[in-house]
Design a protein around this ligand. Structure first.
Ligand code: ZN
Length: 410
């Protein structure tokens, strides 16, 4: 049992190393991971047997034989990724490097859980004929508090869900391993495995959109807390006597700095007859107002819109600085729809954050935009499968393992 666990851990470590390196050789792996060359040879044999890594040519000799190069095959299998947002459902097929090959997005028709599940199933089925590889599994992300062990959404305020056995529902339609995770957490995983945080062991990912969430990577692993409720950053109070939030708390960050909060503030200004080119951009229809319009107004130099982004950026910078003070990450990655607005907004967030945290640190914290923009969560849902390839959680591993044992004993 102990040996099996050590083998699994080493397989995982080695797979992660090769995945990150892209191409490497056995001696380098042994040196970097502190494993014996014979252990690496055995593990490489197992990995190669599955097909997820393969040999490709030879590297430079450092005296002696040229080392055989080992590389990761990102097209070995594909995965299904799904994101249930506050308003839309996204589904895609991705390779093992999180590259989304095809994606479809639809507005959520009905928030009743079985209806959302049916919508996901229809979307995914429409994508499957485009798959050029076998499907290894399915990762689903959704806002809220998730029991990842059972794939149950314990609470999702944006969707009005409580105790929804999402994995059980979806499993009725598909036979693959299915993983369910919070969107802030998958965002962090996606950026760590494939994006701006590749190779970074301690990072904080913040997603800014209809809601505000965070994912924390601590020593290379996702930090989820005792009840998987860590990272509910939008519900951190910034004004204890502020307005009441849907979570029951007062003055939550989401009430001041999310996309709906920005829209609310602009509507208030327009109601008071304030001067701004937003009137013009709306072409008389207040119903068209969203953050894209406020962004467009800022890009055209509208003083009111610029002020809104500056104020929101400073507020977010201050709020995120608290995460940096608490977790001491090397890097903060900012994603979600709001991260795609004009540069000035991102600059204000990162400048404020750096300014506040500087005095408590010996090194500046790096602040980066999410590599995948508003898709970090969706890409990260693919990472849920990749991360679990060498855990016994992914069923195929056991099948391949049985085949391997047969080969060795036969
Ligand atoms: Zn709240």
């Amino acid at each position: 049992m102990y040996q099996k666990r050590v083998r699994e851990e080493n397989l995982k470590k080695m797979f992660r190393y090769i995945h990150r390196a892209g191409t490497t050789n056995r001696l380098t792996i042994a040196r970097e991971l502190g494993l014996s060359p014979s252990a690496v040879t055995n593990l490489a044999f197992e990995l190669m047997h599955t097909g997820v890594i393969r040999e490709r040519g030879y590297g430079q000799s450092i005296g002696g034989r040229k080392p055989a190069l080992i590389c990761f095959d990102e097209e070995w299998s594909w995965v299904v990724t799904v994101k249930i947002g506050a308003k839309m459902v996204h589904a895609g097929l991705a390779n093992l490097n999180g590259k989304i090959k095809i994606k479809r997005v639809e507005a959520i028709h009905s928030y009743d859980p079985p209806d959302v599940v049916r919508q996901i199933v229809t979307l995914v089925r429409s994508l499957l004929p485009h798959s050029k590889q076998r499907i290894l599994g399915m990762g689903i992300c959704c806002t809220g508090i998730i029991d990842t062990e059972n794939g149950e959404v314990l609470k999702a305020l944006n969707l009005g869900w409580q105790n929804v056995p999402l994995k059980t529902y979806v499993s009725e339609y598909f036979e693959w391993p299915i993983f369910v995770e919070d969107v802030g957490d998958t965002g962090a995983l996606g950026e760590k495995w494939f994006g701006s945080g590749k190779g970074v062991e301690n990072l904080v990912f913040v997603t800014l959109g209809n809601g505000i969430g965070a994912g924390i990577i601590c020593n290379g692993e996702l930090y989820v807390g005792s009840q998987h409720a860590a990272g509910e950053f939008g519900h951190v109070s910034i004004d204890f006597s502020g307005p009441k939030c849907v979570c029951g708390n007062r003055g939550c960050l989401e009430l001041y700095a999310s996309a709906p909060a920005i829209v609310r503030e602009v509507l208030g200004y327009l109601d008071g007859g304030g001067e701004t080119i937003i009137w013009e951009l709306l072409q008389g229809n207040l119903g068209n107002l969203d953050c894209k319009i406020v962004d467009l107004a800022a890009r055209r130099g509208d003083p009111f819109a610029l002020e809104i982004w500056k104020k929101t950026g400073e507020l977010l910078g201050r709020a995120i600085s608290n995460l940096v003070t608490l977790f001491d990450p090397e890097m903060v990655i900012i994603g979600g729809g709001l991260s795609l607005t004009h540069h000035a907004f991102f600059d204000v967030v990162s400048h404020t954050l750096e300014l506040i945290t500087m005095s408590l640190r010996t090194k500046r914290v790096q602040v980066k935009k999410a590599f995948f923009g508003k898709d970090s969560g969706l890409v990260g849902a693919a990472a849920l499968i990749v991360e679990n390839i060498f855990n016994s959680k992914v069923e195929w591993c056991r099948v391949e393992e049985a085949a391997l044992t047969d080969t060795i004993s036969g």
